[in-house]
Design a protein. Structure first.
Length: 439
């Protein structure tokens, strides 16, 4: 007897589940509310799709249940991921361990997955929204479910789940409502990040209706808004540096790389890497202070010596001109202003007062303080943190520990990865583990 599988959500994880289950002989239907599958994949890696990473460690994945993600990952690790996509026709290339398709086209990933779905005769329902899922013993369904229970498939056995959906191509089209029956149901609806690409968070309500708990959902891999007004002057600057996040005087996160200064605050990969931790602290009501180091390769003492050497080499230069050549001009102006120097005075003035001014300037460069007041919204976030509590899901199968036959994969779960292909790797790994468990 064929196992009927209904997959709610046709993103990276949903397609991976469908392919894996269909290869094992399951009859698979994908229910996707967007007009095409895998829309979010197309935006990854600036359209090039960084779909995995050579470096794989537990710290690359985050969850309130910290051991869960890597237990799942190890069942379909990096090496198997590369082999899977090679078999589909994706020739990989590495940029410092970040893996992309050789064509540098995210569409290649989507196209090859869709070709495999077609080959396996997976049914795909687009523009179809899942309203609710009921069990055979669920009587809270206005009599509709009792009628469905009486129906039997060709083998004569009843399905365990009823999936109620509605379809409409646009707002002017009459909405059609129908139900599908399935032996097993997969929730792979994604999270709430970038809702314009289909991640509206609808799966959380479905999971809750089936008894699962949701860890509070917050943006992650997102830009940070800061309190200070000087950022309007700094907008557009890109500079290598280090960002350090402090709460109650203690450093709780840091990262190094190219920082981007915007008209509202800070961005760039290092900021993305710490943003999830910031979001949690802000949600708790804690004050969050960021420190930017614009010369992270030098110690404070080495930086002071560098500044002294610049003064020796440039006698008579004005303080306002002193940092030009080290930093972009607009950043130099802000650093000088925050250091309370007169930009029209000679640099030799910095050497007075027992070098206190020099130390103050060095500290302003190495520990540029900013108060973080907010993250950008889900619309700008690459992923979200939080979701279905993984303590209620078996890492060996991705099956619910509360309801037999209900499975989860991808971003709907309380798992998020750092930048670098890890969130797609999570989709591949969790999708395959779920798909293998279905037949």
């Amino acid at each position: 007897m064929l196992t009927k599988v209904a997959i709610i959500g046709g993103g990276a994880a949903g397609m991976m589940v469908a392919i894996t289950a269909a290869r094992q002989g399951c009859k698979v239907t994908i229910i996707e509310q967007q007009s095409k599958l895998g829309r979010k994949i197309l935006s990854t890696g600036n359209g090039r799709c960084n779909f995995t990473n050579e470096v794989q460690e537990p710290f690359c994945y985050r969850s309130s249940n910290p051991d869960f993600p890597f237990l799942v990952y190890k069942k379909f690790p990096f090496e198997q991921t590369l082999e899977f996509f090679k078999e589909l026709g994706i020739y990989p290339k590495s940029r410092k361990g970040y893996i992309y398709p050789h064509s540098d086209q995210a569409s290649a990933i989507v196209d090859t997955l869709m070709m495999e779905l077609k080959r396996l005769k997976v049914e795909v329902l687009l523009n179809t929204y899942c309203e609710r899922i009921t069990l055979e013993n669920d009587n809270n369904n206005n009599g509709l479910h009792q009628a469905l229970e009486k129906e039997k498939d060709k083998t004569g056995s009843k399905s365990k789940f009823s999936v109620f959906v509605r379809t409409a191509k646009d707002t002017s089209t009459k909405v059609n409502k129908l139900s599908l029956q399935a032996d097993k149901v997969l929730l792979t609806t994604g999270g709430k990040a970038t809702p314009k690409l289909g991640s509206a968070g609808s799966g959380y309500a479905l999971a809750e209706s089936l008894g699962h708990h949701i860890i509070p959902v917050l943006p992650s891999l997102v830009q940070l808004k800061c309190e200070e007004s000087f950022y309007k002057h700094l907008a557009g600057i890109r500079i290598d540096g280090r960002v350090s996040i402090h709460v109650n005087g203690q450093e709780i996160a840091c990262d190094t790389g190219e920082l981007q200064l915007t008209n509202y605050g800070i961005s760039g990969i290092p900021v993305f890497q710490v943003s999830g931790i910031v979001a949690k602290e802000l949600a708790k009501g804690n004050e969050v202070i960021g420190y930017l180091n614009f010369m992270p390769h030098l110690s404070l003492e080495e930086l002071e010596l560098l500044l002294i050497q610049r003064m020796v080499n440039n006698p008579g230069k004005l303080i306002g001109e002193f940092l030009i050549g080290l930093f972009p001009k607009k950043l130099s102006e802000v650093i000088i202003k925050l250091s309370s120097f007169n930009p029209n005075e000679d640099v030799s003035h910095i050497m007075t007062n027992d070098n206190a001014m020099l130390k103050s300037l060095a500290l302003q460069i190495a520990k540029f303080e900013t108060k973080i007041v907010e993250t950008n919204s889900f619309e700008q976030a690459q992923v979200c943190q939080g979701g279905v509590d993984t303590r209620e899901v078996c890492p060996d199968t991705m099956e619910s520990l509360l309801i037999s036959g209900l499975y989860f994969a991808g971003e709907i779960l309380d798992v998020d990865g750092i930048c670098g292909g890890y969130n797609l790797q999570w989709a591949w790994s969790s999708g395959v583990v779920a798909g293998r468990s279905l037949a």
